[in-house]
Structure formats: C-alpha cells, structure tokens
Design a binder for this molecule. Structure first.
Ligand SMILES: Cc1cc2nc3c(=O)[nH]c(=O)nc-3n(C[C@H](O)[C@H](O)[C@H](O)COP(=O)(O)OP(=O)(O)OC[C@H]3O[C@@H](n4cnc5c(N)ncnc54)[C@H](O)[C@@H]3O)c2cc1C
Length: 391
C-alpha cells in the first residue's frame, strides 16, 4: 500500500469518528497526515445504536441523506412500570444514522483535506524514535514501520496504545458497559421520530433502547456486572410487557455487540508527541453511553493541536498539553456530572425508579437532573438518601 511507504507529521490510529475528525483538522492545518484503520472497510463492524446530535448545527457536517435514516425530535424515558416521559427539543433532537456510511463519509471528508488512508492496516507497536515515534503496522501480513512526529490514538474501547507509550488506560470490567443489539425489521416504535430508553431491571446498571431507523429499529441494551449476558437480557426485553408487543413480529437483520467505556475519562490523555482521543480516552457519557459527538469534537481539538505543533515545530509535552487543557475545559465537568448521575441511578430499585417517574408530570424540555431529583424527593422523601447529592 503506497500510503505506508512514507514518513508523516501525524499518524492517526483508528478511522472511527474521533480519528477521522482528528485527521481532518490536522490535514486542514497543513500537517502531512496518515489515518490507519485495521478493518478492511471503514465503519465495519458497527457497534452502535447510531443516534447522533445535530451534527449539521454543531460541526457544519451536512445531514446527508446517504447516511441519515431518521430525524429525531427527542426521546421517551420509560420507567419499569411503563410510565413514559417525553423529552423534546433542546439537546435531545438529532439523527439516527447508518454508521457504516457515516464513518466512511467522515473519512472521505478527511481525505478530501489531504489525509492519506491505509485500510486493513493494524498498528501493532509504537516506540519512541528520537523526538518522534516509529509506528509498526501490519498490512496483509507485511510489517511496515512509519516515522512520525505526532501520534493520535483513536483506536476505540479496546485501545492498547496508551500503555504502549506508558500512559494508564482503564480496563476494569465494572467500567465497561457490555452491550448487545439487534437491528430489526417489522418492529414498531412509539413514535417514528423519538428514541425510547428503558430503565431498571430490564438492563441492570445500564438501560435498554429502541431507536427508530426508517425501515428498521435498533433494539439493544447495555449491562454492567450482571448475572446474565447482555444478549440474554436483550432476548427477554423483546417480549417484556413494558413494550406492549411492539416487537412481537419483529425479526433481526443484523446483530451487534460491543463495550462502552462508561467509567469516565482516563487520567492523562497526552504526552510528548502523543494524544489519545474518543472511546480510547473515555470521552463518552458515563450516563448515556453516547460518545460519537464527544469523540468527534475531541478529535477536532487533537487535530488542531497537532497541526499547530507541526506548524511551530514544537511537539513537546508542554505544547501537546493544550489538547487536554482544551478538551477538559469543554467536557470534563459534564463527564464528571454524568458519572455521578450514573452511580446514583445504578443503586435505585425498580420501585424507586417508578417513584421518580411518577413524580414527573407532562413532557420535559430537557433532562434537568437536579430539578427532577427535587420533585422526586418531595413526592417520595425516602429517595433523599440516594438523591441528596443532586439537590
Ligand atoms: C452497543 C453500543 C451502542 C452505542 N450507541 C451509541 C449511540 O447511539 N450514540 C452515540 O453517540 N454513541 C453510541 N455508542 C458509543 C459510540 O459508538 C462510541 O463512543 C464511538 O464510536 C467512539 O468513536 P471512536 O472513534 O473513539 O472509536 P470507534 O468508533 O470505536 O473507532 C475506533 C477505530 O479504531 C480501529 N482500530 C482499533 N485498533 C486499531 C489498531 N490497532 N490499528 C488500526 N486501527 C485500529 C477500529 O477498527 C475502529 O474503526 C455506542 C456504543 C455501543 C457499544
């Protein structure tokens, strides 16, 4: 592969949303950039429920009909007793996309800025080489060594790159939500433009979802440290009375499984000439497991910092640290809050979740956790022991 015989300013590992956005910005700023993907096809295999916020308004990426399957107006939160609360507008609208096409679209967009892409190319080692790195890549059984000044590791939940350069990653099973999902046809949603999220013992320490996707629905769930496998919980969920038989005639056209790293961000996301982004860095909401938008934005930040460092010929730890400063400023508070909310949610029984649901009247405009906690405590004072941290 021709892309593998050069040296580069920036090598980005992993062509998911984080890697494609990082390489896009690095190339845009004039850095000679290589994006390396182990799969033979970018976007495959999919491990995602495919809901994204309004990428057109946030990143100026057109909501292209090639990958948008459904436009979302919001979502329903469903308590174990079936109480259904609509959350509409604000941050809850967006799209359900076809990730296989979306991820490829983002990679093509990056290539149009000048990024070279190597597919079916697995990074097997990174070692310090003078002031830069030597990245070893296995492509079709051949090993290539690429010299680069900066590495951006965007290699997802199973990332091994941080450890290769001496940074700590998170590998605790209690910090990874184990997920299983069917894409099904002949199923029905409550509303074709609303997400559905189901909480409680249907998915211990996680939640179950039904997302509309045009002709199909994504039906899945994530669990942490549960007695049964995610797939067993999923098969039970499909016939759970709480969904009123809407999946009785549904049949799968695809099965997906994977992990979401919901334990919060890793301790340190950079070192000299090195940054780690996306799921690999724990840049994903611990509460919802949503990570696409965050990965994309943190990728953009990493790509911009890489571009600047190359421009100023300074890839020192201090220069690279701007990446962490910038993404922390934007997202650390949100991730810490979501982690706190998740830890509280995980302790609640079905009855307690029902009590919270019953304390909410009408639709919500946004999920204002402290406001919801206050209402719930007023109605069921026994919830104070869990919710006092939120008031
Ligand atoms: C079941 C499930 C449902 C989800 N649903 C949603 C959702 O609806 N909305 C949402 O926002 N988020 C969702 N997420 C989370 C979302 O999928 C991730 O946060 C997002 O994909 C992170 O992007 P990324 O670029 O960091 O990593 P990934 O998208 O995982 O991309 C990493 C890339 O790196 C490649 N790679 C790995 N190792 C190497 C290597 N050694 N060499 C070369 N390439 C390598 C991989 O092949 C992959 O292409 C879900 C997660 C799961 C598991």
């Amino acid at each position: 592969m021709r892309a593998l015989i050069n040296s580069y300013d920036v090598v980005v590992i992993g062509a998911g949303p984080a890697g494609s956005m990082a390489s896009y910005n690095a190339s845009k700023m004039g850095a000679k950039t290589l994006l390396v993907e182990k799969s033979q096809e970018i976007g495959e295999p999919v491990r995602c429920a495919e809901a994204v916020p309004k990428i057109d308004e946030i990143y100026g990426i057109p909501a292209d009909p090639s990958f948008v399957r459904t436009k979302l107006d919001g979502g329903y939160i469903v308590a174990p007793n079936g109480k259904t609360i609509a959350v509409k507008g604000g941050k809850t609208d967006g799209y359900v996309v076809e990730r296989k096409i979306f991820d490829k679209y983002l990679a093509i967009r990056s290539a149009k800025q000048g990024t070279k892409i190597a597919v079916k190319s697995r990074v097997v080692n990174i070692e310090q080489d003078g002031s830069g790195y030597l990245v070893s890549i296995n492509h079709m059984g051949e090993e290539y060594k690429i010299k680069t000044k900066i590495v951006i590791a965007a290699d997802g939940v199973e990332s091994s790159m941080a450890e290769m350069v001496g940074l700590k990653s998170k590998k605790n099973v209690n910090e990874v939500c184990s997920c299983a999902e069917y894409e099904m046809t002949n199923g029905k949603c409550i509303d074709d433009n609303m997400l559905e999220l189901y909480f409680g013992s249907v998915a211990p320490k996680g939640y179950a979802w039904i997302f509309p996707k045009g002709d199909t629905v994504n039906v899945g769930l994530g669990v942490i440290g549960a007695k049964k496998s995610a797939l067993e919980y999923l098969d039970d969920f499909i016939s759970n009375p709480v969904i009123n038989g809407r999946l009785d005639n549904a049949t799968p056209v695809e099965f997906k499984c994977g992990g979401a790293p919901v334990g919060g961000p890793i301790e340190k996301t950079f070192k000299e000439g090195f940054m780690i982004v996306g799921d690999a860095a724990g840049q994903i909401s611990p509460l919802t497991g949503g990570g696409i938008a965050l990965s994309m934005d943190c990728g953009l930040i990493a790509g911009e910092v890489a571009g600047k460092c190359i421009m100023h010929n300074d890839c020192s730890e201090e220069a690279i640290s701007e990446y962490e400063t910038n993404w922390h400023e934007k997202y650390l508070h949100l991730l810490k809050n979501d982690l706190k909310y998740k830890n509280i949610l995980q302790q609640l029984t079905d009855k307690e979740l029902d009590a919270i649901g019953d304390s909410i009247d009408g639709d919500l405009e946004d999920v204002d956790v402290p406001k919801i906690a206050l209402k719930a405590v007023k109605k069921s004072p026994s919830l104070l022991k869990y919710l006092k941290e939120l008031l």
